[in-house]
Design a binder for this molecule. Structure first.
Ligand code: PEP
Length: 251
């Protein structure tokens, strides 16, 4: 791979029923001319099969570390792949917090994703307390060490940097801080993985149409992982367009 993938990724979380796929249709139609980016929607597993073949890349929101077994209510990477996904988010802070997932759990899920041919979007991010204590880079370096397994490459892995305090709050770090943190993440990846410096690193946390342009202007930001603003095409399409424009794609 030569250039890093530029990805506008939506994370619908626990939102969306069949009727909401009308939004996906609008997003897909707007994605068609955007040559410079990957448009990706990480959807509830119940929607994946119905969303496939409609013109956007699809991802799951989590997977189990095992390929199959007695795990009621869980979903395997292979099931996601079978339903049409090419990507899966692992280690989102809501999973780390609500389900007590550790870095070791996240690394196991990333490996399960690769085993099924999925690209793992591995999430890392500091809490507000860690941010206030000035420990962001230290915390992220430890999360990378623990959550990004040996064998990670720019082809099978995308990193999403999501400050926990920025998710769903309307708060974001200053653009200069986002660039500085992404550069630090890239440097850590480069020391730990042969091609680590070439991995795509997405920013996530309150990306909106009105701040997307300035966030995506940072050279080490390769796109966004977008929650709330990915649910409606009216919000997500301008974000996709801002990414495409920032990275020099055709409109
Ligand atoms: C997310 O779900 O990963 C996220 C960043 O959410 P929001 O964009 O709503 O802050």
């Amino acid at each position: 791979m030569t250039a890093r993938r530029q990805i506008a990724a939506g994370n619908w979380k626990m939102h969306g029923c069949g009727a909401d796929l009308v939004e996906l249709a609008e997003i897909a139609s707007a994605a068609k001319p955007l040559s410079g980016i990957v448009t990706l929607l990480c959807l509830p597993a119940t929607l994946l099969d119905r969303a496939r073949g409609r013109g956007v890349e699809l991802g799951g929101e989590d997977c189990h570390a095992q390929p199959s077994g007695a795990h009621t209510g869980d979903i395997s990477a292979q099931m996601l792949r079978d339903a049409g996904a090419d990507f899966v988010i692992v280690g989102h802070s809501e999973r780390r917090c609500d389900h007590g997932e550790s870095d070791t759990d996240v690394a196991a899920k990333a490996m399960a994703a690769w085993d099924s041919g999925l690209i793992a979007i591995i999430c890392i991010g500091e809490t507000e307390e860690q941010y206030r204590a000035g420990r962001t880079e230290q915390v992220l370096a430890a999360q990378i060490t623990g959550s990004v397994p040996d064998g990670a490459t720019p082809e099978n892995t995308v990193i999403a940097y999501e400050p926990v305090w920025a998710i769903g709050t309307g708060l974001t770090p200053d653009p200069e801080d986002i660039q500085k943190t992404h550069a630090a993440i890239r440097a850590t990846l480069a020391t730990q993985h042969a091609m680590g410096g070439k991995m795509s690193i997405l920013y996530g946390g309150s990306v909106k149409p009105d701040n997307a342009k300035v966030i995506f202007a940072s050279p080490d930001v390769d796109g966004g992982l977008v929650g709330g603003a990915s649910l409606k095409a009216a919000d997500f399409v301008p974000i996709m367009q801002a990414l495409n424009a920032s990275k020099g794609g055709n409109q």
